[in-house]
Design a protein around this ligand. Structure first.
Ligand SMILES: Nc1ncnc2c1ncn2[C@@H]1O[C@H](COP(=O)(O)OP(=O)(O)O)[C@@H](O)[C@H]1O
Ligand SMILES: [Mg+2]
Length: 224
């Protein structure tokens, strides 16, 4: 059987001035398609590094990640980028919106990159998705004229607009007030259920983790 996500002996080590640092050590887990997974752990435990590896945005020192049965580190950089484009939405801890594009243009971008009918309908679909996150009146705004919560919702709309089977979000409520955070989480779970997508959330909020089907805890780079 192939899982939506499978990690096999996944490890990340880096060398800096003080010597070799093990960030992740022999991480093994599987996530079935359509499941929801929370990754929790103290600040600095390796959660963001793990999520980046799951998305193939970073390369492991040992081990690998399979997404829907495909060993992503057997692919080259272009192969991984292509796989991300087709199957993955990623919400960065720091949003990573493009500052010179409006909210609408930021959300249109992944559709345009896909080409074909996705690209020709990009405007309509991006506008609908921004409406869905409550930003119908912010389409023409540039990121710097949006609040943190609004930027977070644009980032979410951008990650979801292609309806990817995999959605990864790194502390999606980290910079939001409680009410906005709750709305963002509700939306992510709604979209997960509507579309049967697999949702992986990094969070340090136990009440958010409790909403997920399963929680894994990282402590100093190890799965506990
Ligand atoms: N490229 C890197 N070089 C050196 N240290 C790193 C690098 N990336 C992450 N780290 C360190 O690895 C640890 C885990 O980081 P991170 O995955 O961002 O943790 P978390 O998201 O759980 O807060 C931290 O101590 C961080 O400083
Ligand atoms: Mg982090």
């Amino acid at each position: 059987m192939s899982y939506a996500i499978e990690t096999i002996g996944l490890s990340k080590r880096v060398t800096d001035a003080t010597g070799e640092l093990t960030i992740l050590d022999d991480i093994n887990f599987t996530v079935p398609a359509g499941a929801t997974l929370a990754i929790v752990g103290a600040s600095g435990s390796g959660k963001s590094t793990l999520l980046g590896l799951l998305a193939g945005l970073d390369t492991p020192s040992a081990g690998t990640v399979k997404l829907n049965g495909t060993d992503i580190f057997a692919l080259d950089e272009d192969g991984r980028a292509g796989l991300r484009k087709r199957t993955l939405g990623f919400v960065f801890q720091s949003f990573q919106l493009l500052p010179h594009l409006t909210a609408l243009e930021n959300v249109m971008l992944p559709l345009e990159l896909r080409g074909g009918s996705d690209a020709s309908n990009a405007g309509v679909r991006a506008e609908a998705m921004l409406g869905r996150v409550g930003l119908a009146s912010r389409l023409k705004h540039y990121p710097k004229y949006l609040s943190g919560g609004e930027q977070q919702r644009v980032a979410l709309a951008r990650a979801f607009v292609c309806e990817p089977p995999l959605l990864f979000a790194d502390e999606p409520t980290g910079s939001l007030d409680a009410a906005t955070g709750e709305a963002v989480i509700k939306l992510m779970f709604e979209l997960n259920q509507e579309r049967g997508s697999t949702l992986v959330l990094v969070t340090h909020d136990p009440s958010i983790a409790a909403l997920c089907g399963r929680t894994i805890t990282i402590t100093a780079g190890r799965l506990v």
